[in-house]
Design a protein around this ligand. Structure first.
Ligand code: AMP
Ligand code: MG
Length: 398
């Protein structure tokens, strides 16, 4: 049995980044940039007004009552063709290029207009209410790869005038559940059957990391059915199984994978839930054999599948980031396996949230997992802890 940290290192050692492809900017959110993106132009490309008002120049306001002569208008997309000098003003709207000669904007709330005369009630400093050219970025500015592109990134890349981007291809994940007792949701379970749930959580987790998921039919607990499922998984970058990974008479995933040539990196990890977890290489694919118990499948996928998918897309990969909370109740000593306890969080005012393990840590209970906010992380051999102690947790929802 190896530690969670060692297991993750071995999983990541199996991963090399997938290839790249070009995508339209509109489809780039959520993808990982694979080559630096370089701005094709300055933004803004010209000094522009930040407000609706009047473009004026110089440090000296007109004599009381004299006012300025309004020469014309500059609107967004339509500059004023002439020049502004002392004693003159140009009506200007937000986003319009600054007229030549103008060096500041008096906002319309601070000026009275009488026909073509402007009587400013305030005289702003040079540079007031305008956006300098290149104030956002200059041509040649780079967004560095690798980077997972969020909403703000794609807007920035649009402003950089980049209609297409080079991103990592979506890793293809083939998923299958194993077990004679399983039927798909909506089917009619026999008297000894249950509805398969694991693949749905695994698909959601993988898709949230940018993977393309192939959900394969349930494999039965026979070597032939498992071989058929592995054959259907061919071509995937990652093959994820759930169930059949222990050492029971009907747990055939390990022997069938071995027969198909799986080079095993490890089998069994010192963690709770999720001890029977295997990883290795099966031809060109990375294989993760997850436990069947629903909570174990989800927790092991969070800890190993998620970082693996990041690594395949060229991102720095590590365990999901842990946060800190205070125990809401005392907990007993932990044993020789890291324990990821389902827990609820309570945010009371300022300071760290309070964390409470849920009543049962049985790894078959999906309802408690769905109701939990966090996994309270108990390290190997951690002693008993009183209420109020600071502990690590992994958030289960954002
Ligand atoms: P196994 O690892 O195959 O021994 O499965 C452990 C437990 O998880 C058993 O109670 C199975 O019925 C259950 N189980 C296995 N696969 C699934 C699945 N896809 N959905 C829900 N429960 C499962
Ligand atoms: Mg089974």
């Amino acid at each position: 049995m190896i530690s969670v940290e060692d297991a993750l290192r071995r999983v990541l050692a199996l991963a090399s980044p997938v290839g790249t492809e070009t995508v339209a900017l509109r489809n780039a959110a959520g993808r990982v940039l694979a080559a630096d993106a370089v701005a094709r132009r300055d933004q803004p490309p010209f000094a522009a007004s930040a407000m609706d008002g009047y473009a004026i120049c110089g440090d000296t306001p007109p004599a009381a009552g004299a006012g300025l002569r309004i020469l014309g208008e500059a609107a967004a997309g339509r500059r004023f063709a002439g020049r502004v000098g002392p004693g003159e003003a140009v009506r200007i709207l937000t986003g319009a290029p600054m007229p030549e000669g103008a060096d500041r904007i008096v906002i319309q709330e601070d000026a009275d207009r009488q026909g073509d005369r402007l009587l400013p009630r305030a005289w702003p400093e040079a540079g007031a209410n305008l956006r300098p050219a290149c104030g956002d970025f200059q041509a040649g500015f780079r967004v560095a790869a690798p980077r997972r592109l969020g909403p703000a990134d794609v807007a920035l890349l649009a402003a950089m005038n980049l209609p297409e981007l080079t991103v990592f291809r979506r890793p293809v994940v083939a998923l299958f559940a194993t077990g004679d007792e399983l039927v798909m949701p909506g089917e009619d379970p026999g008297p000894d059957q249950i509805v398969a749930s694991n693949s749905f959580a695994l698909k959601a987790l993988a898709e949230a990391e940018g993977a393309e998921v192939r959900m394969l039919p349930i494999a039965r607990d026979t070597a032939g059915s498992l071989r058929a499922a592995f054959a259907l998984a061919e071509g995937a970058d990652v093959i994820v199984t759930s169930g059949g990974a222990s050492v029971g008479d009907h747990d055939l995933v390990a022997p069938v994978a071995a027969e198909l040539g799986m080079e095993r990196a490890f089998y069994k990890v010192a963690m709770r839930p999720g001890k029977p977890l295997m990883a290795g290489r099966l031809g060109p694919a990375v294989m993760l054999g997850l436990p069947g118990n629903p909570v174990s499948a989800v927790v092991t996928a969070m800890l190993f599948l998620v970082p693996l998918l990041r690594a395949l897309q060229g991102l720095p990969a590590d365990h999901p980031q842990r946060l800190r909370a205070r125990l809401g109740a005392a907990v007993g000593a932990n044993g020789p396996r890291a324990h990821y306890m389902r827990a609820t969080l309570r945010h009371a005012g300022r300071g760290l949230p309070e964390i409470m393990p849920v009543a049962s840590q049985d790894s078959s209970l999906l309802r408690l997992l769905a109701e939990a906010d966090a996994l309270l992380v108990r390290p190997v051999g951690d002693g008993p802890r009183p209420a109020g102690d600071e502990v690590d947790y992994l958030p289960l929802r954002s």
